[in-house]
Design a protein around this ligand. Sequence first.
Ligand code: MG
Length: 292
Amino acid sequence: MLDATSLKGCPTLEFSVSNKRMKVSAVAALVAGLAMAGAVSAPAQAQKPSAPEAHAKADPKTTEQWEPMPAVVTPGPTDSGPPSDAIVLFDGHNLDQWVSTNDHTPAHWKVADGIITVDKSAGNIETKQSFKNYQLHLEWRIPKNITGEGQHRGNSGVFLASTGPDDAGYEIQILDSYNNKTYVNGQAASVYKQSAPLVNSMRAPGAWQTFDIIWTAPVFAADGKVTSPAYVTLIHNGVLVQNHFRLTGETTNSGTLPFNPYQEAPIKLQAHGDPSPPISFRNIWVRKLGPQ
Ligand code: MG
């Protein structure tokens, strides 16, 4: 409460009202001014409905979207099977969709009993078709009799864009990481030398593993500069292990390389030179995602 005592000693203001000069304390003038401002603004606030009131009055129909309708895609009989809009890259029969990476001759890995087994002497293989943004499903199996340790135990990989010969591109590591210590940004489901998986969701050797991958390709300006980097989301055996990870460039053994401009690129599988028994693949399909 302000009273005469509390205002004693305060500076005073002098102004005129109806030609009469008046002197009041500066504090009293400030209090009066604030009261007037409140009196003026109070009615304006009262006219504005609160957020819950506005929400209650809004017609829900104004926020319903009816067009365009999502295309109908018939899913596979199981989540491993290709949906109706998928491009099947391996259906258990042949490698017609694949070529050798380095010379583009027909791929020569072994196909038997509905699965592909890596031929390490034949080098990497890649798809004939090229892709930009996509969803990829593939399954891989470390043989039950796997040997070796570290990076020499079932090493392979899937390159999300093969931008050149050999191991050029962006590798998601494939390895036996069930009970096999190595550097974590090189274990199975890592973005090689860039990002360890969030968790280790490996199954034991002899069991099939699934990778479901969402790849957002890097975007380049006409002069080759990166306008948007690459991102990857990876689900390993139904478990999220890479969550929209932003890549820093191409993957390589010695660290990260710069992004190498491309528009579309094949998907590549690695024939790693480690001496352990070769791994196998099955059920490989891809769905193109926009923008292409
Ligand atoms: Mg590898």
